[in-house]
Design a binder for this molecule. Structure first.
Ligand SMILES: C[S@@+](CC[C@H](N)C(=O)[O-])C[C@H]1O[C@@H](n2cnc3c(N)ncnc32)[C@H](O)[C@@H]1O
Length: 238
């Protein structure tokens, strides 16, 4: 349950990229595969627009929430690793929003994913993957103000997630967040959450994709918002 709450809190309110994914879906048609779909921020948006969507994620709890929210829509889920999945059907479109392609463990993990994606796209199908653009290292030192937290209240418990650092770790950026809960009786708990994003630029991803038979098309952009970095979206044709 708390996995879903933190995921929704940290990712669920992002909307800047939705027009782009809707445009791809309308151009390419169905079926659509979303890789790293989480609780369905994108998958449900597309399914509500009448599309047939397969939502893939490693995390069964997130997918269970997605299924519940998608009742009555043409959305199915599959619990699988993006680097080793096997599904039926040739997809017209494979989307990888919100930097999920930077969570695959570097070049070898990406190559495995690209091969699986290529094998699941019909000829002429499109793979579109968002890469974080403009990540700047920072660290909230003692006494310095942190960025504003994301906050929600559910069943009397307040959840707060604050980005406290982006650390340049050579071949990756490490994003650190402080997660705090306060219950109705005032009990507080605090933990640290860390996400490691592979450092990869669009030309490198395009070279890796070309090596396994995907053809780069014109890149697209998602602008930065006050809360989220922008994205460069690599677009590849099978
Ligand atoms: C940043 S979230 C993006 C969620 C959703 N696509 C969105 O845009 O709101 C990344 C998602 O990728 C999933 N994920 C991470 N590594 C994965 C892997 N190897 N295979 C499948 N899913 C993975 C996580 O469980 C998480 O739901």
């Amino acid at each position: 349950m708390s996995t879903v709450i933190w995921h929704d809190l940290e990712c669920g309110s992002y909307t800047e990229d939705l027009p782009l994914w809707r445009a791809f879906a309308d151009e390419c048609g169905d079926p659509i595969l979303e890789v790293g779909a989480g609780t369905g921020r994108v998958a449900l948006e597309l399914a509500r627009g009448g599309h047939e969507v397969m939502a893939l994620d490693l995390d069964g709890e997130l997918l269970a929430a997605l299924e519940q929210r998608g009742a009555g829509l043409d959305v199915r889920t599959t619990r699988a690793d993006a680097r080793a999945f096997e599904l039926d059907g040739g997809f017209a479109l494979c989307l990888v929003p919100m930097q999920t392609i930077q969570l695959l463990g570097g070049p070898s993990g990406r190559a495995e994913f690209l091969r699986r994606a290529r094998a699941h796209l019909r000829d002429g199908g499109i793979l579109a993957a968002a890469l974080a653009d403009g990540m700047e290292p920072f660290e909230v030192g003692p006494g310095l103000p942190a960025p504003l937290p994301d906050i929600c209240e559910i069943d009397g418990v307040v959840y707060s997630s604050t980005p406290i650092a982006v650390i340049d770790d050579g071949d990756a950026f490490v994003l650190e967040r402080r997660r705090e809960t306060v219950t109705a009786d005032g009990t507080r708990s605090c933990s640290q959450n860390t996400v490691r994003l592979d450092r990869i630029a669009a030309p490198q991803l395009e070279r890796e994709a070309t090596a396994i038979g995907l053809r780069p098309l014109e890149r697209r952009r998602v602008n930065a918002t006050d809360e989220y970095v922008g994205s460069e979206v690599v677009v590849l044709r099978a």
